[in-house]
Design a protein around this ligand. Structure first.
Ligand SMILES: NC(=O)c1ccc[n+]([C@@H]2O[C@H](COP(=O)([O-])OP(=O)(O)OC[C@H]3O[C@@H](n4cnc5c(N)ncnc54)[C@H](O)[C@@H]3O)[C@@H](O)[C@H]2O)c1
Length: 333
């Protein structure tokens, strides 16, 4: 393998070109090819990034001069491309949400694990210093409760369709992944209330959602999202037996640590602090993934494994069912 891994971007809609741009700034990986079933899009991306294009992802997978794929097709098309890549042993970074159903996601995990394929879900937020600081702090407070919100402005038309990975749930998948990663255990049950079609009655996409997930270790994760949140701040809070952490948006964290409370409510060994920072998440994600590919490392942490991608899909899918069926939904991963 050359020093830089050679990457093909599959799917050149909105997100594929963003990967191509991020690869331009990466010392460990380079864009070598683009692919789209829509020839006009493929051709345009090829011209923009000065590489060749093909129309069939199987042709890309078969090429020995391509070391890895960036799969940026629409979520409903991820599984077919991932199945072919995993079966052929080709490393891939797949966009979030990882897949369109728990069944197909489990199947792909099994193939990739059996084949020893280096595979990662593209949760670039994990590569911010903010997210990594939250993770390090969460490990110190004996975490019990996580509350996160994602308030966004209005979405592009390709995210309006009546499925559990549509609408606000598409973007909220990043926040869910962070909340589950920080919490450090898997979800076992989910309850949710969702509102669909208030802005676009004919589309049925999820526009507002409140989800509660119960995790294996008893932790409770609450996740809220809407696409009516123009200019609203996003809030992250974690409370534990030994401290708490709070952040507004993603550039400032306040934290408190202690060893419990005395009878008179005084915290024992109280420490408080603040943190601010920033980062170059997309390129950092590619640098990390490229190193995993170069070293054949299937443990892609702190990147998201396919199993972690599956956990997020299970929460979204469970939330959709819970809201429609009016009951808690058990999650078996
Ligand atoms: N990480 C992020 O912040 C972020 C941001 C936006 C979108 N996304 C995700 O990226 C993915 C793509 O989103 P988008 O908005 O670009 O979608 P899109 O629908 O605009 O583009 C998808 C492209 O994939 C092509 N395609 C479908 N099947 C194909 C195949 N087998 N081979 C080659 N090309 C194929 C389509 O023709 C289309 O051009 C989605 O999963 C979305 O959730 C992630």
């Amino acid at each position: 393998m050359a020093n830089k891994i050679r990457v093909a971007v599959i799917g050149t809609g909105q997100r594929g070109p963003a990967h191509a741009r991020e690869l331009l700034g990466c010392d460990e990986a380079e864009l070598a090819l683009v692919c789209d079933i829509d020839e006009a899009r493929a051709k345009q991306a090829a011209e923009n990034f000065n590489v060749k294009y093909v129309l069939d992802h199987r042709e890309v997978i078969a090429r020995e001069d391509i070391d890895a794929l960036a799969i940026a097709t629409h979520t409903r098309h991820h599984a077919g491309v991932m199945r072919d890549a995993a079966t052929a042993g080709k490393p891939f970074l797949v966009e979030k949400p990882y897949c369109e159903s728990i069944e197909s996601g489990k199947e792909i995990c099994e193939i990739a694990e059996r084949q020893g394929v280096v595979a990662m879900v593209g949760y670039q937020s994990r590569f911010t210093t903010f997210a990594q600081e939250m993770k390090a702090l969460a490990e110190q407070i004996d975490l019990v409760q996580t509350n996160v919100s994602l308030q966004r402005g209005f979405f592009n038309p390709q995210y309006f369709f009546p499925e559990h990975y549509s609408g606000i749930l598409d973007a909220l998948s990043h926040t869910m992944d962070l909340a589950l990663w920080w919490t450090g255990t898997l979800p076992v049950e989910v309850m949710a209330h969702e509102r669909c079609g208030l802005f676009k009655p004919d589309k049925g996409a999820v526009e507002f959602v409140n989800i509660t997930a119960l995790c294996e270790g008893g932790q409770i994760v609450c996740m809220t999202g809407s696409m009516a949140g123009l200019q609203m701040q996003n809030i992250f809070q974690m409370a534990g037996l030994r401290g708490n952490i709070s952040a507004i948006d993603r550039n400032r964290i306040r934290y408190v640590t202690h060893r419990g409370f005395n009878e008179d409510k005084t915290p024992i060994d109280l420490k408080t602090g603040e943190w601010t920072g920033s980062s170059n998440q997309g390129t950092d994600m590619w640098t990390h993934f490229a190193r995993c590919v170069q070293e054949g490392r299937t443990d892609v942490s702190p990147g998201a494994s396919l199993r972690e991608g599956l956990a997020q899909v299970a929460v979204s899918e469970g939330a959709y069912r819970s809201s429609n069926e009016g009951k808690a939904i058990a999650i078996a991963l």
